[in-house]
Design a protein around this ligand. Sequence first.
Ligand code: BES
Ligand code: ZN
Ligand code: ZN
Length: 475
Amino acid sequence: MPTLKIDVRTSTVGSPDLVTFFVKGSPLPVGVPASEFDGAPCSTVLLRDKTQRTLVVGLGDKDKIEPDTLRRAAGAGIKHLLKLGSTEVALDLGTYADHVGPAVEGAILASYKFEGFGKDASKEKRGVLNRLQILVKENELIAARAQARDAEIIATISNTIRGIGNLPGNMLTPAILAEQAQELAQGRPLTVRIWNERHLARDGFGGILAVGQGSVNPPRLIVLEYRGGGRRETPIALVGKAVTFDTGGITIKPGAQMDEMKWDKMGGLAVLGILLAAADLKLPLNLVGLIPSAENMPGPDAYRPGDIITTRDGKTIEVLNTDAEGRIILADAIAHARLAYKPSAILEYSTLTGAVVMALGHRRAGMFTAQDKLRDAFLAAGKATGELVWPMPVDDEYKEGVQSEIATVKNIGPREGSACISASFVKTWAEETPFVHFDIAGTAWSTKPPAHLEAGATGFGLRLTLAALRAGLPV
Ligand code: BES
Ligand code: ZN
Ligand code: ZN
């Protein structure tokens, strides 16, 4: 990937294209009629003179400006200019120095596009962003530089995991994901351990093995540790579902949009990204990331409805639908987090249910937790990052939905309340450990992306969680 140079300065150097921001009601740029530009959020108007192009981007009403307004507006500006072939852009943040972080994030996020493989690129003249200048006032320089540096770390890692996330199932198997995690951890203060199928069998990971057994691409458990906190401080565990492709297995899915199930690994990638960024940001915390990864395929060796599986901590699952596979691999990983690390909290990310998409759509992820303080921390982090979440219930009643006659639980319950029932299923393995489940099925990828993103993987959960961790998670 080409490197992007970012500098925070008081005036431009060289001849970059310029992005300025515009609040509704302020005087219009010279020569722009009101009928062409009203300053609505992310609306744009391009001005040219002999030496420079200036793109004016709307922010909407002044009293409604939030961090995400600048993130999106900066992203919209960058996307617009890249389409015109720009390679150097300056963002004028003189009036918005508080929002340098979000603006830099938006700019970097907007510079990523999944290019695909072997398509005819000759017709595209999309520029590659080489240099980004951030313009602020002299007295804001120091604070703005700190904001820009952290935003660069976070957004660059977000783009990395979006890039891996957009790879199709034939190019990204569990073993390849594990290799990628190892490569990315190299040179960072992270330790990585990979369980292959033999190790998984030795250590009793019956859930990950069952889901993976139908595929010629064997499953893996990826565990990353980051120790930025005190030696005796208990870690926070992060667990992410990484099903590299979900056909549904023997309970096979219908064909329409099945290709989208290449994104069923995004929970795991969010966790990988969080660990990478925590290391680069040198967060003063201990974290452990657990990423169970499998490909869910039908076939002669596949697990089947009726099977009974024993997970890492001895709890058993009656399989009634092989398409409810995420919860089975998560059960093993959550049990392992609890038994091996005794963490102060377990945060878990998964594209778990279609039901959460019906309930909340694509703007907010479902957040399921019994801990009010954790709920409030993530609500605030959502507002700051634009990765919005909404609290959903995990009352014990929902567990009745997965009571089994012959095992600890069965893997599906009634359709009604299915997102909540699924949450109570995964929570079973956390036992008394404070637990948050994020169902990111509606937010992990986008076909109608917001202004600062392109279609494809969004990286949802990464920026949200880093904001919550940096603010100090109440555990
Ligand atoms: N990966 C899917 C959930 C999903 C569906 C995510 C659509 C994004 C869009 C998951 O493994 C699954 O298939 N869940 C089933 C569970 C059901 C069988 C209880 C679902 O939601 O239909
Ligand atoms: Zn499934
Ligand atoms: Zn799935």
